[in-house]
Design a protein around this ligand. Sequence first.
Ligand SMILES: [Zn+2]
Length: 153
Amino acid sequence: MPARHTTHPNDLPPTPGTYALLIDVGEPITIQIGRPGRFTLQPGHYLYVGSALGPGGLRARVGRHLRQHKRPHWHIDALTAAAPVTAIWAVESTTRLECTWANALRDLPGVSAPVPGFGASDCGCEAHLLRVPDPQAVQPCLSTTTSARVLLY
Ligand SMILES: [Zn+2]
């Protein structure tokens, strides 16, 4: 069983917001999900971007992502069941910022979208899962595209 992130969901606010999960893949993992189908992720750092605008806000949604055992619903569920979330960036906002974040991160040097369509079934983005060579670049990138304060949890 992979190590889990030390952040407790209660550290996050129960308010609406947008978040980015850093997921560390240590060994190649193969995942089978609906539309993108079967794919293999090579070892590296991955970011998944999403919004939590429903009941319970960021606390409820990110809490779900941090649980390993759950009934799969989103693409990301298959990945968080297989690899640890090691950092979470989030902003409190009632505006859905996930596509803005995904596009800004995609433009960083060396970032790729290994699974086209992952997490982006309902929008025009290439993917909401990105492979990032340098996690240190994430916070500055998100901060420059967001008017509210982006916090690391
Ligand atoms: Zn999008």
